[in-house]
Design a protein. Structure first.
Length: 292
């Protein structure tokens, strides 16, 4: 068998028409689409390994995946262009890197950042927004309560109460380094959370519970109790719907990326789509960043 070169891909996708990332025999998935194109351009099956498995309806503009390609036949740029020429319109490869033969997108990841977008204005119901945010304009939450709730989340602790049941083999402790609400370039706000790992549906349960606090349907103390006492009889609120969730960023050690010219600020983990802090606004006003 010929020698292989391992490449890392940064993938964007609109998850609306996919049954998640992971390959499924009878369903359309992102991994399935990428592998189908790789087979067409290389003439053989090329398994793709992702940094994480996003669920049905969840989007990404920072999914990292790896694939092994016969050495010498492809550069990072020719591979990117060939993939994008054949992939469907709801999948796009932003960048490709040559990486260490031992690189693993999931196990080598240092931390991951997710975004969850809320639509606060009536235009969140537009077909150009509603597939990519949770439209809560009919009952806007308090931004102050959302901020106070998010400030409770960072820390290294059990997040069992914020996970889909039945996964004891995965463990329950996560180290959340940051969690905050910020503006985004649409009709609302977004929740940005960075952690070393996540439990299944964890971000959606966090956002769902934050929303109940923000709408004053449950006290802030409930969130604190759920975070600090995994054995509490309290339950989380229902999870937020999937369409507002984005896998935004996955970070790695730079020495896994072999080409010196590629080890630059635009490599995996580069920042994009960030927003300034928020201030509270009246329901009849658009949200305005504090520093503008």
């Amino acid at each position: 068998m010929s020698d292989l070169t391992r490449f890392a891909l940064r993938i964007h996708y609109d998850g609306s028409a996919f049954h998640g990332w992971q390959l499924q025999a009878r369903e359309r998935t992102v991994q399935g689409e990428v592998e189908a194109v790789l087979r067409r351009i290389t003439g053989a099956r090329r398994p793709v390994v992702g940094s994480g498995r996003t669920d049905r309806g969840v989007h990404a503009h920072g999914q990292i995946a790896s694939v092994d390609i016969p050495a010498g036949r492809w550069t990072a740029e020719t591979l990117r262009k060939s993939l994008n020429a054949l992939l469907p319109r709801d999948v796009w490869i932003e960048r490709v890197w040559r990486v260490s033969a031992t690189f693993h997108p999931r196990f080598d990841a240092r931390r991951r950042t997710y975004l969850y977008r809320l639509g606060l204005e009536h235009r969140a119901g537009s077909p150009f927004y509603r597939g990519w945010c949770w439209d809560v304009s009919a009952e806007r939450p308090s931004l102050d309560l959302l901020r106070e709730g998010a400030a409770l989340i960072p820390g290294h602790r059990s997040f069992r109460r914020f996970a889909k049941a039945g996964q004891p083999e995965r463990g329950e402790r996560c180290r959340v380094q940051a969690a905050a609400w910020e503006a985004w370039d649409g009709p609302g706000i977004q929740f940005r959370v960075t952690a070393d790992r996540y439990l299944h549906h964890m971000v959606r349960y966090l956002v769902g519970t934050l929303m109940e606090v923000g709408r004053e349907r449950r006290p802030l103390g409930d969130l604190a109790e759920l975070l600090h006492n995994p054995d509490t009889p309290l339950r989380t609120s229902p999870p937020a719907p999937p369409e507002g969730l984005f896998l935004h960023r996955v970070e790695y050690e730079r020495d896994l990326f072999l080409d010196a010219d590629d080890r630059d600020p635009s490599g995996p983990g580069s920042e994009s789509c960030s927003g300034p802090p928020l201030r509270e606004t009246r329901p009849d006003q658009p949200n305005v960043p504090e520093n503008e």
